[in-house]
Write a protein that binds this ligand. Structure first.
Ligand SMILES: Cc1cc2nc3c(=O)[nH]c(=O)nc-3n(C[C@H](O)[C@H](O)[C@H](O)COP(=O)(O)O)c2cc1C
Length: 190
């Protein structure tokens, strides 16, 4: 199987990076091919502009910087997104990646019945690291909102099977808690 990881953090010492390293390790151990997209290292420009609208809706060529990500997504059977929660949302660089890459005509289209996902047959795992404890975010409905945005709003909209996992209390929690999160990662892959 071919596994693509979309990694969003500027800091190689971050917990987010540890999650990426563990996903990579588990998938290699399971005998899969792994490629990591490092959005900060790539210097990805997250600002959608007229050039993108041109390729999405006006029949213009796909910009080279976008085509290389389409090729990687086409290659993958399974995609993992890993990021820290910033202001109850994904970091801006990842939001821009979704805006510019998961485009009309590539990731979804419309027919007479409405939207149709075009990335069928692919699985997505989303790992979100939060400062807030899991119990609190479940209680106030934040987890549900984030699941709905990611699963219904983005990945399943594009036809993929999607699961969102939360690692809470990441900054203030104990080393044991963080270690337990990392150990749980293997349960999400086969
Ligand atoms: C700009 C910014 C906004 C943040 N907003 C939230 C938030 O809305 N909810 C939350 O639980 N944590 C929030 N945090 C805390 C991060 O999610 C937390 O520090 C991160 O998950 C720790 O993982 P890391 O070591 O990979 O950065 C925020 C952190 C930053 C820098």
């Amino acid at each position: 199987m071919k596994h693509l990881i979309v990694y969003t953090h500027f800091n190689p010492e971050s917990f987010t990076k540890s999650v990426v390293t563990e996903i990579e390790r588990v998938n290699l151990e399971n005998g899969h091919d792994v490629i990591v997209i490092d959005l900060y290292k790539d210097g990805f420009n997250p600002v959608l502009d007229q050039k993108d609208i041109g390729y999405m809706y006006q029949g213009e060529p796909v910009p080279e910087e976008i085509q290389k990500y389409h090729d990687l997504i086409n290659w993958a059977d399974h995609i993992s997104f890993v990021y820290p929660l910033w202001w109850a949302q994904m970091p801006a660089i990842l939001k821009g990646f979704i805006d510019r890459v998961f485009s009309n005509g590539y990731a979804f289209t419309y027919d007479e019945n409405g939207a149709v996902g075009l990335l069928t047959g692919k699985k997505v795992n989303v790992f979100i690291n939060t400062g807030a404890p899991n119990e609190y975010y479940t209680e106030i409905g934040m987890h549900k909102s984030l699941e709905q945005t990611n699963n219904d709003g983005i990945f399943e909209f594009c036809g993929m099977e999607s699961k969102t996992v939360f690692f809470g209390n990441v900054a203030m929690g104990t080393d044991e808690e963080r270690k337990a999160y990392l150990e749980s990662i293997k349960t999400y892959y086969s």
